[in-house]
Design a protein around this ligand. Structure first.
Ligand SMILES: NC(=O)c1ccc[n+]([C@@H]2O[C@H](COP(=O)([O-])OP(=O)(O)OC[C@H]3O[C@@H](n4cnc5c(N)ncnc54)[C@H](O)[C@@H]3O)[C@@H](O)[C@H]2O)c1
Ligand SMILES: [Zn+2]
Length: 352
């Protein structure tokens, strides 16, 4: 499969101009959310290429990633006179690129769209790889389609106004990509100070991370094999995320992934002899940057039940993507509840 066009540049108008030049279109419409509209859009609004482009502004937050919001987008696309030759620019975090990508993909059987991620998580994960959709009936991403943006413009231009927790949350997905690739990139990630080091350094790290995801997706666009490697840290991570919800103390997705990575690297060490020195380095980095998600042994059964219900689990068996080493992925490893209990004991030793 061909690679998705990804442009790494802090010159957003220039990049958009280049992409649009290659497209035959009659109209451009921006889909964004209230925060991206307030904080990100002004950074490019004055450029000639943006002049006169209408903005459809949706509410912010994952709870607004719904079919109802998509309906309001479709109504506004109609009001703007959008046709099959209209190009949509999704400018925002993962909520905007997921919802805007879905709304565009089915409007009049499919408008082309360009993603301009304005959050780190969007840049490194959500805007790349063609998964679009909305939540439905209490289920995440229940309705959607695989459809790639015709281009993604990745930059660090918009990150200054992001809350620190959002920046750290996205960085956890970069750690995941690093673990799936190679030692020297991973070492660079652990040496980077997320909140204080300069944005140029981050752009370099981000570029590598995006390419790792792009290549995995290109090898398996519809998630039948290798793409499942991207679930690293997410079986345990989703369980932490759900337990936090149950406690009415929600945690950012990336934080749960960071803690989940520690659990899954412990399992990787137990099952595949993943190097313990790297495990300890990751645990220290996670403790310093994400703190800990406090659990006791009374939480083990709940966490295990949540992992069994994870969409990656088959027939009640808990299924994880683990690692024998950095870059050496073991897809679909079945993990027993005893293994998980042992791993959670070690997690508490390392992080609490
Ligand atoms: N499609 C995929 O492959 C994929 C992968 C990972 C996550 N996702 C989805 O992505 C969503 C999470 O993405 P996210 O973390 O970007 O969340 P988000 O889009 O909700 O953005 C986080 C917050 O930051 C605000 N924001 C956006 N840009 C800003 C800026 N430059 N300055 C200040 N505030 C800004 C948003 O309004 C929001 O309040 C979830 O819905 C998740 O399901 C999709
Ligand atoms: Zn994730």
């Amino acid at each position: 499969m061909e690679h998705q066009q990804i442009i790494f540049s802090n010159d957003i108008p220039g990049s958009l101009e280049t992409v649009l030049k290659g497209l035959d279109f009659n109209k451009v419409v921006i889909i964004t959310d209230v925060n991206a509209h307030q904080f990100a859009f002004p950074k490019i609004a004055d450029s000639p290429v943006m002049k006169g482009i209408p903005c459809i502004v949706i509410k912010s937050g994952d709870t607004c990633k719904t079919i109802e919001t998509a309906t309001t987008v479709w109504k506004q696309l109609e009001a703007e006179g959008a046709t099959r030759r209209t190009v949509v620019i999704n400018m925002g975090g993962g909520v905007v690129t997921d919802l805007g990508g879905f709304a565009a993909s089915v409007f009049k059987r499919g408008l082309r769209f360009i993603n301009v991620p304005t959050t780190l998580l969007g840049a490194v994960d959500a805007a790349i790889g063609g998964k679009t959709g909305v939540n439905f009936n209490g289920l995440k991403n229940e309705i959607g389609v695989f459809n790639e943006a015709c281009a993604v413009v990745v930059s660090t231009l918009f990150f200054d106004t992001l809350p620190p927790t959002e920046l750290k949350s996205g960085y956890a997905e970069m750690l995941k990509h690093g673990l799936l690739s190679d030692r020297s990139y991973f070492a660079n990630l652990l040496n980077h100070e997320i909140l204080t080091d300069d944005r140029e350094q981050l752009l370099g790290l981000l570029e590598r991370s995006v390419i790792i995801k792009r290549d995995i997706v290109a090898a398996d666009p519809h998630e039948q094999g290798l793409r499942r490697a991207l679930n690293l840290g997410h079986t345990a991570g989703h369980a932490f995320e759900s337990l936090a919800m149950k406690r009415m103390e929600p945690v950012p997705h990336g934080y749960a992934v960071a803690w989940g990575l520690v659990v899954e690297l412990i399992l990787s060490h137990m099952i595949y002899k993943f190097p313990s020195d790297i495990l300890h380095m990751v645990a220290a980095f996670v403790r310093d940057n994400y703190g800990t998600f406090a659990i006791t042994c009374d939480d083990y059964d709940t966490l295990i039940a949540l992992m069994r219900h994870d969409k990656k689990s088959i027939g009640g068996e808990i299924n994880c993507s683990l690692l024998a080493d950095i870059g050496n992925v073991k897809l679909g490893t079945v993990v027993s509840s005893d293994d998980i209990k042992a791993a959670l004991d070690i997690y508490r030793d390392l992080l609490q």
